[in-house]
Write a protein that binds this ligand. Structure first.
Ligand SMILES: [Zn+2]
Length: 120
């Protein structure tokens, strides 16, 4: 089946969400992220051999899709990705569930989609 995308939507429809609960989506984090990762966006220090930077999700990918019903497209865009050192910085970047829920609430106002969060 051809890739159809999500029309720039942040949230999955209920049908899409059901599909992804059965078969988790493939992640393409690097595709959506700008920059070369030479500097960590959390602490501002350069990438090193001991502790290289990697593309990290603010909202963890699988949690974002399966719990909150985000589209993989949204989770793999600049809005949700930062370059962060693999140790320490990577973990401190992750949003807490309270932070994710408040972001979800904000985004839902902007995007009137009948998404899976209504069934939670
Ligand atoms: Zn860092």
């Amino acid at each position: 089946m051809a890739w159809q995308g999500f029309d720039g939507r942040a949230f999955l429809t209920q049908a899409e969400h059901q599909t992804y609960l059965r078969r988790p989506p493939v992640r393409f984090a690097r595709r959506g992220k700008s920059g070369d990762g030479s500097v960590c966006e959390v602490c501002g220090l350069p990438s090193t051999e001991d502790n290289p930077t990697q593309v990290s999700h603010l909202i963890p990918f699988m949690v974002g899709v399966q719990v909150y019903g985000f589209t993989p497209d949204y989770l793999d865009t600049d809005a949700n990705l930062k370059w962060a050192h693999r140790t320490t910085c990577n973990k401190s970047l992750e949003l807490s569930s309270e932070e994710i829920e408040s972001l979800v609430a904000q985004l839902r106002v902007q995007e009137d989609v009948d998404g899976p969060s209504e069934t939670l």
